[in-house]
Design a protein around this ligand. Structure first.
Ligand code: PGA
Length: 250
């Protein structure tokens, strides 16, 4: 099996355009020539142009953190797939737990965003993951299956070619608590089995499933050595060029 790992930075609401340029000035030399993994950085919308300019000709891609499902319209504050494409963006995060938790994102709107992203030809990183109470109540598998089945609703395997899933246990995000590699691998297996049911075995075997939640330079190797883990979605530790480069080079 040859799934190229994807190491993606999720900057959340951090950094200005100037800080973005400064990050890449330091980061790109640290990862130049690194071809083992795909590298993507997802800054806030206002930094996308600066990031694209900075990565030109490099081995690093740029993604957005969200998108709206309509091409255009009276949707104040929203950004469409077409707008991202016009800028040169190739990747987008969909359904991050912070969107679900603070901004009313539901399984249904995740599905709409995911469909729009994939139809536009963007690589969509669809986030799923249980909260602590769900894990403690033994509901992790059920929650992951529900989130996947609803996110993937009415999307064909053909359309889903650029789908990536990120397993992000909510209790591990920004808390310093990482799922053990074994725990993460177990959850990834559930997601892959759900993807098999929805899209078929061939598709599921190629699907990349990333782990996210307190990934740091010192735990990246153990996580990435799990056969089921096809990369990482990194928040806090991706803001510093040295630390993100160390993760890329796990
Ligand atoms: P963290 O965030 O690495 O800061 O835990 C991960 C994420 O939310 O994508």
């Amino acid at each position: 099996m040859s799934r190229t790992k994807l190491i993606a930075a999720n900057w959340k609401m951090y950094k200005t355009p100037d800080q973005t340029r400064a990050f890449f000035a330091d980061f790109l030399p640290l990862v130049s020539g690194h071809t083992r993994d795909e590298i993507v950085v997802c800054p806030p919308y206002v930094d996308l142009a600066a990031a694209l300019e900075a990565v030109k000709g490099s081995n690093v891609g740029v993604g957005a953190q969200n998108l709206h499902w309509k091409d255009e319209g009276a949707f104040t504050g929203e950004i469409s797939a077409q707008m991202l494409l016009a800028l040169g963006i190739t990747h987008v995060i969909v359904g991050h737990s912070e969107r679900r938790q603070y901004f009313g994102e539901t399984d249904d709107t995740v599905n709409l965003r995911l469909k729009a992203a994939l139809e536009a030809g963007l690589t969509a990183i669809c986030c799923v993951g249980e909260v602590l109470e769900e894990r403690e109540a033994g509901l992790t598998e059920e929650v992951l299956r529900r989130q996947c089945v609803r996110a993937f609703h009415a999307i064909s395997a053909k359309k889903a070619a650029k789908l990536v899933v990120a397993y992000e246990p909510v209790w591990a995000i920004g808390t310093g608590k990482t799922a053990t590699p074994e725990l993460a691998a177990e959850a990834h297996a559930v997601i892959r089995s759900e993807a098999t049911e929805v899209f078929g075995e061939e598709f599921a075997a190629e699907l990349r499933i990333l782990y996210g939640g307190s990934v740091k330079p010192d735990n990246a190797s153990a996580l990435m050595s799990q056969e089921e883990i096809d990369g990482a979605l990194v928040g806090g530790a991706s803001l510093d060029p040295k630390s993100f480069a160390a993760i890329v080079k796990y």
